[in-house]
Design a protein around this ligand. Structure first.
Ligand code: URA
Ligand code: ZN
Length: 385
């Protein structure tokens, strides 16, 4: 089709969270983490706090309508010139629930999500698009019959605005490299759903000592290491060999995966247990993955992009690549409503840092920037405007 005037870049946020009222109610009814509790605030008024991380400092974090009110999400989007959001339930999803309850709640929350998206306004400036789409939930908890997980995938296929699922790293108890999940990967791959792999548990909290460092160590290090370990295990289990069309989107730019990918490849090559197991050099698999651009700095984005581009060169003979190449697999995100402004400012530094980072990657052309800001997401989710 011909464009009469240059169209502005759609800005698409693929990493933005909600707690639906039904889910918040579940957390409020609990007396141990994960939970929402009410305490008396400094102003003498009751305030709600979110306690979800393992070993979290007693008071947790503030939680409020920014987590469940769609008007606040739309207001946030407008303020930051975000046209489309792919919302996902925030951690820890259904992980802590008994199988039966997780199953019922997954289906109910997927219906809530479809309704939330379908009734959202059209995207400002891109009337062919809605402003909100979503990632659904699967009841991945211990003791769940795999047939229930498959049924939920079938449910999601019927929900037009739900284009994928968000997934933690535990699977049904043994992690995502569990053989029991083979039918799940197969069903997800054939349904064409995107899997957003997101951390929650971090690493052994003993590693973080006991100085009062707030949430810095679990969020800055624990989260991305958890993702790094999970994806490395998936690669080692051959999941990416068996399901080459599976589309996995990794939170926080894949954690340390890019930085460690040559070391992983080398350790595999030198280990008799796994040396002949995989169809490809470990670095190849980075070119099969998608990475959000939630890394907060241009150098980090550029580095991830180079490792993706290098992976793609493992397909070809000769293997030279240009700096733009890896940007086709990277997608803007915000992590809203986490990391809010500290001083009641209207602007979210976390969002501005991520936008600025995309604009300042050395070697990314304007068209690469536009891809990361929005076009890649529209392509990944088969949306046109
Ligand atoms: N903190 C969380 O608990 N989850 C996120 O997604 C981001 C920050
Ligand atoms: Zn997140």
């Amino acid at each position: 089709s011909t464009r009469l005037s240059p169209s502005p870049t759609p800005v698409v946020d693929v990493h933005t969270h909600v707690y639906f009222p039904r889910y918040a109610a579940e957390l409020r009814a609990r007396s141990s983490a994960p939970r929402i509790l009410t305490r008396t605030g400094a102003d003498g008024k009751p305030e709600e706090r979110l306690l979800i991380l393992d070993g979290e400092p007693g008071s947790g974090r503030p939680v409020g309508p920014q987590y469940w009110n769609r008007e606040e999400k739309l207001e946030f989007m407008k303020r930051h010139h975000i046209h489309v959001s792919f919302v996902s339930s925030a951690n820890p999803w259904l992980d802590f629930l008994p199988a039966e309850r997780a199953n019922t709640l997954a289906q109910a929350l997927n219906n809530d999500l479809e309704e939330y998206c379908a009734s959202s306004p059209k995207a400002d400036g891109f009337p062919g698009l809605r402003s909100i789409y979503g990632f659904g939930l699967l009841p991945l908890v211990p003791h769940i019959p795999i047939s229930s997980v498959i049924q939920t995938i079938e449910q999601i296929k019927t929900l037009p605005h739900v284009s994928g699922v968000i997934m933690g790293t535990k699977g049904i108890g043994k992690g995502l490299d569990d053989e029991a999940l083979e039918p799940v990967w197969e069903a997800i791959e054939s349904a064409g759903l995107v899997v957003f792999v997101h951390p929650h548990y971090g690493v052994d909290t003993q590693a973080f000592g006991n100085m009062p460092n707030g949430h810095v160590l679990p969020l800055a290090l624990g989260f991305p290491f958890e993702t790094t370990i999970t994806i490395t295990r998936l690669i080692l289990a051959g999941v990416l060999d068996r399901y080459p069309n599976l589309r996995l989107l990794l939170a926080h730019s894949g954690g340390a995966l890019s930085q460690l990918s040559s070391r992983i490849a080398s350790c595999i090559a030198h280990d008799p247990v796994v040396a002949k197991r995989l169809q490809h050099d470990a670095r190849y698999y980075l070119g099969k993955l998608y990475f959000d651009a939630v890394a907060y700095g241009p150098e980090e984005l550029g580095f991830v992009s180079e490792t993706i581009a290098r992976a793609e060169s493992y397909n070809a003979t000769g293997g030279s690549y240009n700096a733009d190449a890896g940007s086709t697999r990277m997608l803007f995100g915000t992590d809203h409503p986490f990391f809010p402004p500290l001083e009641g400012s209207q602007k979210w530094q976390s969002v501005e840092d991520n936008m600025k980072a995309i604009r300042n990657v050395r070697g990314w052309s304007e068209s690469a920037q536009a891809d990361v800001l929005g076009h890649n997401a529209l392509k990944l989710f088969n949306l046109k405007y």
